[in-house]
Design a protein around this ligand. Structure first.
Ligand code: PMT
Length: 390
């Protein structure tokens, strides 16, 4: 998580440095602390005042300015959790690769014992010049991480490689960098969204689940290194990649999809809201209005969580309880009857909890205890839940 991290942002003289203002804004919104070093050329493109405002930071640029009771180019790297140089010009990359420390930024880089990430930005020929490529390779060999530039229209009106990656993607990269990879190699099945059960050719029953809870769990598990199978009911499209996403509609399809992956799984997290009942007979035509009431018999669906809770071997089984009353009591009953390791209980009637919200208020129930959590984003709750996976 970027929240609370100290990022030392180095800005070099490339036209892309204007994008850093958005980058700073995004990082600040994520809760990062930023300090900015600009090379003299960078200050020709964007005034330090703009960075002071966006990064809420003093900007360091001149080695010879100010008081010298603190040696800033030594102290700033000590303060930092990470040094990010974006945009990284060909000239600065060259200096870094060859140990030249002729300005504040390159001196701070030499004094930096923390990880360094650079986002190169330059004209295509400059990028592909063997000298630049050699310098980038040298930096890689020193452990510097590279956010590869993309291809697109460049400031010199040519199309080619060399555009600095967009701020949104740089933030994503950093988010991934700061995320602990404690679930590396774990196979985790996450279910999300509702199921639907047909009544006739045109009608079905379902519920209000948006999939947000389950998709966030899947996404966070992926970031923490897990191999994720996300089994999703019909939901609005989510921006998710790097997970094995399987779409299902009915309860039977959900159960079948879990069945295929369960033996190899380390954990099953059931955030989905499966429909508890289905019509005993499904008409293959549209049922016509008859002028009188319609009786439909509903029969109970298989309790999927219970099924897997009873056959589990070494899997961590985490279910949810969506309740409108007697939250903890009902959740405790579900923990026992479904043989789950944990139940995440959420009260659907509480503001900020339950269906289709970006936040949730949950209690984690286990045989040992009940932990009542404050309201938090579904991303934060997802991580609390993933901390339970053995
Ligand atoms: O999708 P969102 O809009 O983000 O909303 C999130 C959520 C409210 C759907 C989620 O936080 C949640 O509570 N999911 C579980 C919903 C539910 O079906 O709860 P339940 O108390 O009816 O079921 C208990 C557990 O058994 C659940 O883990 C459920 O997935 C599972 N179950 C339920 C019925 C059934 N036939 N088979 C099951 O496996």
């Amino acid at each position: 998580m970027i929240k609370g991290k100290n990022i030392l942002l180095g800005v070099t003289g490339g036209i892309a440095c204007y994008k850093d203002l958005e980058l700073c804004s995004r990082l600040i919104k994520k809760g990062a602390n930023i300090k900015v070093i600009m090379t003299p050329s960078a200050t020709e493109f964007v005034r330090p005042l703009a960075f002071e405002t966006m990064a809420r930071s003093e900007v360091y640029s001149d080695m010879w300015e100010g008081h010298h009771d603190i040696v800033h180019h030594i102290d700033l790297p000590k303060w930092a959790d990470l040094m990010l140089i974006a945009p990284a010009s060909a000239s600065t990359i060259g200096k870094m690769a060859n140990g030249i420390s002729d300005n504040f930024l390159t001196a701070a880089y030499l004094a930096c014992a923390k990880d360094v990430i650079i986002a190169p930005s330059m004209n295509t020929q400059m990028l592909h010049n063997p000298a630049t490529q050699k310098n980038i390779d040298t930096l890689k060999s020193y452990g510097v991480k590279i956010i590869a530039p993309e291809s697109g229209i460049l400031a010199c009106d040519t199309i080619g490689d060399g555009r600095m990656e967009e701020p949104e993607q740089i933030v994503e990269y950093l988010e991934d960098y700061f995320t602990k990879k404690d679930l590396l190699g774990k196979n985790i099945i996450v279910t999300a969204g509702p199921t639907i059960e047909p009544i006739d050719f045109v009608r079905y029953i379902t519920n209000h689940s948006s999939g947000k809870m389950g998709y966030n769990i899947a996404n966070e598990a992926k970031k923490r290194g897990a191999n994720v199978t996300l089994i999703s009911g019909p939901v609005k499209p989510f921006d998710i990649s790097g997970v094995n996403r399987i779409e299902i509609k009915t309860n039977d399809q959900l159960k079948e999809a879990i069945e295929k992956k369960f033996d190899d799984a380390d954990a099953l997290i059931m955030a989905a809201a499966p429909v508890d009942y289905r019509a005993s007979e499904v008409s293959d035509k549209k049922i016509k209005k008859s002028g009188s009431n319609l009786d439909i018999e509903f029969i109970e669906n298989t309790d999927i969580l219970k099924h897997f809770g009873l056959v589990k071997t070494n899997q961590t089984i985490i279910g949810f309880a969506a309740e409108t009353d007697d939250l903890i009591d009902n959740a405790n009953k579900k923990l026992i009857s479904k043989n789950a390791d944990y139940i995440i209980a959420n009260d659907l009637k509480k503001e900020g909890a339950g269906f289709n919200t970006d936040t949730n208020i949950a209690s984690i129930i286990s045989k040992e205890n009940v932990i009542n959590l404050d309201i938090m984003t579904k991303v934060e709750l997802a991580n609390k839940i993933l901390d339970l996976v053995r």
